[in-house]
Ligand binder design. Sequence first.
Ligand code: M6R
Length: 608
Amino acid sequence: MCGIVGFTGARSAAPILLKGLSRLEYRGYDSAGIAVLDSGVIDVEKVSGRIARLCEKTKDGAAVPGVIGIGHTRWATHGAPTDLNAHPHLSNDGRFAIVHNGIIENYLSLREELIADGYVFQSETDTETVVHLLEMYYDGDVLTAVRKTAARLEGSYALGILCTDAPDTLWVVREKSPLILGLGVGENFFASDVTALVSHTKNVIYLEDGEIAAITPQRAIVYDCTGREIRKDVSRVSWDVEAAEKGGYEHFMLKEIMEQPAAVRAALAPRIHDGQIRLDDFELTTEELRGINKIIITACGSAYYAGCSGRYGIERLCRIPVEVELASELRYADPMVDEHTLVLVISQSGETADTIAALKECRSRGAKILGIVNVVGSTIAKLADHTLYTWAGPEIAVATTKGFTTQLAVLYLFAVYASEKLGYIDDGRRAALIHELMELPKRIQQAIDMNFYQLPGLAKRYSSQSLFFIGRNTDYAVALEGALKMKEISYLHAESYAAGELKHGTIALIDEGQPVIAVCCNEAVCDKTLSNIVEVKARGAKVLALAFRDNRKIVSQADDVLFIPRIETVFTAALAVVPLQLLAYYAAKEKGCDIDKPKNLAKSVTVE
Ligand code: M6R
């Protein structure tokens, strides 16, 4: 839940580190720091609060000379977000500085041992144990000290290390936290995410667990955990730096909402050839598909809601039972999973700790794992037996939008693909479904255009300390995601309810003026939801409905209506969610919230 970055070359390091950190700030933003080595001394500058404060303190890096350094942006786990707990941390002898993303689970016993040996701690962090271990194991050979230190650590870590005795070399080591090397010309980098690298280079090396690297301006040497040098492939990042910039929008979230037509097209189009769906490396024979007797979808947060929505399409089209499980629950549930179970693991970041744990739990029981992941080379993409990338491009806002709709697009592709293989749809129905899928990007654009100008006003009208989002079936999945978006960025309490459940207790909360957002896009259940609208209105609720644009009945019942264009029922969520993303965006804007970096959150949740 932190971001780390490092640079070695001939340019001034501090401004490069600060720029890199600002691109990683979405990973955590409660404190930040840099360490730069110059003339044999490591200068550490760190502050609580945002990177802007660090820029101010260091005069945008100009006050910190040196051509090699490391940086960190933090989401506090151990110890409050204070200046002292901010990274980098220094060894007692001042020889080592480190930055860390992850959690050292055995830090308490290590800390006791190090204190007994006379090491003095400055912070409450788990990370500080690591820098003292480095000092303890150092006998003139940094690689050996790193290896011995890593062997003592339990938990997850991506570590960036600076040592005064190796004045042009950065050391890194990775275990269960992302770490990427960037290869420039006469300069090299490391970072937690390629977004911090692309403005310098598109040539990257993805490190694997247990690997260590020594990075000088001329080369990056990678070692395995035994200290043996290994050869690594260099990958090329396929997107440009503009993709990770706001491009004239006030917030990344708004930009990413607007990018959804293009992102969904990028997820769908390369997988449809001559009216047939091709799923990259996940081509299954009919026999293999018939051998699957259950599908489990597991994920966290919005990715879980994508799974809730995708489930309806898979069950309806493929007639395979689907269970959707929160990864944080599934991992402890003693799941009934075997070699006949296909597990779809959904994650934008590919680094969510609970999702990774659920994946491992299911795999240990023999299940086949299909990852649906956005970030290329991420842990889930590597652990899964097969991965379908969502190709959404970098998503910077903490609240996911295009990450979510592209997950839906891939789930829809999977449902149609498997349905055809299993013989549940004929050529005509397949062609019709694929036609509708290919229409999705255009219709998402229409869903934006149809509602865009009235949304700021509606967001104002329906903002309230408490909101209800209701819907049935596929519409319920949309209500869940709509409510999460509202809570996450506007800090308004939003509760999503299966519309039919209201009368079993919750309707007691409906009073005069209570805002209810009613998703009413699934025609099979629309009339039922309409009855629920009538019920809440009879108790004084103010109803904003979301429906297909030719739904006349809804106009007579709801106070206000958001419309979306018509689409095949199983694909409606990818359209219906878009106005709700914008509703949350404008509600948060009206309240003056920090939309891209909501309080207490981070983009990639690597703690359990
Ligand atoms: O990276 P992941 O898709 O695994 O992340 C899962 C959730 O943490 C994520 O969807 C979270 O709920 C979003 N911030 C919601 O907008």
